[in-house]
Write a protein that binds this ligand. Structure first.
Ligand code: ADP
Ligand code: MG
Length: 254
């Protein structure tokens, strides 16, 4: 099975259960949007996928291409091909994007293997071309004085360079201005393809005007209450999360 899979997943923090039996499958080659109101546990899920130590998994499992993810340290997960959008430090003064990405790629190589500078730059420029980014961008220091859009550009370029099997993008940031939004959308649309599964977490339907997902899931209070095709995002925008939650339970059982 080429998929990122959470099965009846339960997550608690400080003895409070946040994710309460979440089952979600993201196959390679598909874009799945995870939506839901604030506080429903979306970012908690993302953090646990990344291996954040503060959260306890109290039930269920997570597998990536059949392999138990919970057994792996965060850096091992990354090496196996899991990309998390927030996996880099927010600001690294003095370190250029080009050097930062080079170090990230180098760290993925087996010990003793050296990343050739010419190969690296060829790949970097190829990816920047694909993403329509200006080459001068990579001589900037990572996130130093960056706008929201520039931070997203770094993130998307990192995603392009690392060529993961699965990418989890938590775009709940309310500071996602139109430039950032378009950067994320253009990046995801350029990089989507048969080798990459994407879990796109967002509170806002607006992002899905630019990225048309294959599947949409609605999470409320730690559970998926509805799944559907792209139309579900539109229906949600029209009717709101209360509709999604209420509709999930047959009236007779409410
Ligand atoms: P979402 O991303 O869907 O808005 P979150 O996963 O951020 O939701 O939060 C879900 C719930 O978990 C919220 O009630 C939040 O207060 C709680 N929570 C998240 N992180 C922590 C934490 N580190 N400590 C205590 N409570 C937390
Ligand atoms: Mg969140």
């Amino acid at each position: 099975m080429k998929e990122l899979n959470t099965d009846k997943l339960r997550i608690a923090i400080a003895d409070q259960e946040i994710v309460r039996g979440l089952t979600l499958r993201v196959p390679r080659g598909e874009v799945h949007a995870l939506m839901g109101p604030n506080g429903s546990g979306k970012s908690t899920l993302a953090k646990v996928l990344a291996g954040h130590p503060d959260y306890q998994v109290t039930g269920g499992k997570i597998t990536m291409d059949g392999e138990d993810l919970l057994e792996l340290e965060p850096d091992e997960r990354a090496r196996r091909g899991l990309f998390m959008a927030f996996q880099y430090p927010s600001e690294i003064p003095g370190v250029t994007i080009a050097n930062f990405l080079r170090a990230a790629l180098q760290s993925r190589l087996p010990e003793g293997e050296e990343l050739e500078a010419t190969d690296y730059y060829a790949k970097l420029y190829e990816k920047m071309e694909l993403l329509g980014m200006d080459r001068s961008f990579t001589s900037r220091a990572v996130n130093e004085g960056f706008s929201g859009g520039e931070k997203k550009r770094t993130e998307i370029l990192q995603l392009a360079m690392l060529e993961p099997k699965y990418a989890v993008l938590d775009e709940t940031d309310s500071g996602l201005d139109i430039d950032a939004l378009k950067t994320v959308a253009h990046g995801v649309n350029s990089l989507r393809g048969p080798n990459l599964g994407i879990l796109l977490i967002t509170h806002y339907q607006r992002l899905l005007n630019y990225i048309v997902p294959d599947h949409v899931h609605v999470m409320v209070a730690g559970r998926i209450v509805r799944s559907g095709r792209k139309e579900l995002a539109l229906e949600l925008e029209e009717r709101g999360y209360d509709w999604a939650r209420d509709g999930a339970v047959e009236p007779a059982f409410r």
